[in-house]
Design a protein around this ligand. Sequence first.
Ligand code: FE2
Length: 139
Amino acid sequence: MKTLPEWSTQYAVGVPELDEQHARLFSIARRLIDACGDEKPDTRLLGILTELKDYTLYHFRKEEEVMAAAGYKGLEYHRQMHEFMAARLDFLTKQLRHGLLEKNELIEFMESWLTEHIIMEDMRYIPAVTAAEFDKGYP
Ligand SMILES: [Fe+2]
């Protein structure tokens, strides 16, 4: 059975709160992938998927707040990516409830979301967010 890497500093965006949240998302996702190996029924998987969805929405709100406060120009685009991912998580949950979920599809989505999204998209807000943090040091 596949597994996700653990969160490590290579995924750090430099905002401690967001890094902690990303690390927690990685750990929930690792449990989720682990639960994909369970024999039926899918109760544990559904519980973890729901936990992941709730925590993801909380994290997205926080991340969007940080980007907005920094005046990050890519905010609208990034928000759309978040919406897309939240919708995808909803859809995967519905599929699971109806016994239609392809577990490989779920695993692939988790992998590409957590590694590619964070590497490609989250990294792009680092300069703006870091500059905003730095400016806070001025009286
Ligand atoms: Fe993001």
